[in-house]
Design a protein around this ligand. Sequence first.
Ligand SMILES: *[C@@H]1O[C@H](CO)[C@@H](O)[C@H](O)[C@H]1NC(C)=O
Ligand SMILES: *[C@@H]1O[C@H](CO)[C@@H](O)[C@H](O)[C@H]1NC(C)=O
Ligand SMILES: *[C@@H]1O[C@H](CO)[C@@H](O)[C@H](O)[C@H]1NC(C)=O
Ligand SMILES: *[C@@H]1O[C@H](CO)[C@@H](O)[C@H](O)[C@H]1NC(C)=O
Length: 272
Amino acid sequence: MNRFYAIGLLALFAIIATSANAASVNVCEGVSDNIFIADVTNCSNYYYCNNGQAIAQQCRDSLYFNAASQSCVATSSGCLTCDKDVLNSTALIKTCNKYVLCFAGTPVLQQCADNLQYNPNLRACDLPRNVDCAADRCSIYQDPQNIVYVPSVSACNKYFICMNGLPQNQSCVSGLYFSSDCNCCDLPANVNCTISKSSSRSVSLQTAAMIAPRMVDIKCPIEGINFLAHRNPNQYFMCVNGKGALMTCAASLYFDKEVGACRRLEDIQKKH
Ligand SMILES: *[C@@H]1O[C@H](CO)[C@@H](O)[C@H](O)[C@H]1NC(C)=O
Ligand SMILES: *[C@@H]1O[C@H](CO)[C@@H](O)[C@H](O)[C@H]1NC(C)=O
Ligand SMILES: *[C@@H]1O[C@H](CO)[C@@H](O)[C@H](O)[C@H]1NC(C)=O
Ligand SMILES: *[C@@H]1O[C@H](CO)[C@@H](O)[C@H](O)[C@H]1NC(C)=O
């Protein structure tokens, strides 16, 4: 009897994977210079991104950081508030692959694995071609002499131009692809674009694939952030300080308990 109990316990612990410390997410990783990112734990504070490094800053005079305007303002309406009874996630503004999970009143910073991007419609990490986010590449403090071009990740003929800190979508004329070499549209033979022709997922499939996360009553470690595997390979349990939630990966992604994130099957199989 005792032996079976021990084996059962062992099996339970085997499927628990403790995440890397959430505080270890570098909010400026992959973010262009001169972009400001909210400190989700305190709206008086924010980070200045330089060379991929996050430099802590404070708003003066009791102002609040507003990520949308990239400035400190008098009103706190742009501050993140995590409701106690709500499980919800929202993009970390001016990043493409980071998001804040509001978990029983606690903001938990999360990062998509690989080069996946956070899809605000699904409220989950998704294939970049379904999101095509370039917000992390456009600073409001841009050298007016140097136009910033950002290639699209959804189609070879699309790209963005940064204007006033926001990416404006552009398309090449028929048949041409955008080239980062010349920041211009060129013949496909001259452009190294590896985006497959298959178009992005239809909106109806996106909606069908979306299952909102919900709180569940499971045995969770009392402290920290932990992930538990689920019998469905595209779902997982997440525990934050003793409370559990059932999470679902976007269509065609699977939970990797080693990494504690949803990933493409081929990325999970690549052992690192
Ligand atoms: C937020 O940060 C400011 C400046 O660092 C500090 O004075 C304030 O006490 C902090 N607020 C909370 C709620 O921690
Ligand atoms: C989740 O957050 C978004 C904004 O981040 C909000 O529009 C939505 O109403 C929230 N959902 C719930 C159930 O609170
Ligand atoms: C730019 O985005 C808007 C809104 O998503 C879309 O309607 C429009 O077709 C896009 N333009 C180009 C050139 O891709
Ligand atoms: C395209 O990119 C791949 C991988 O980066 C590289 O191996 C290949 O030589 C490139 N081809 C051209 C035509 O630049």
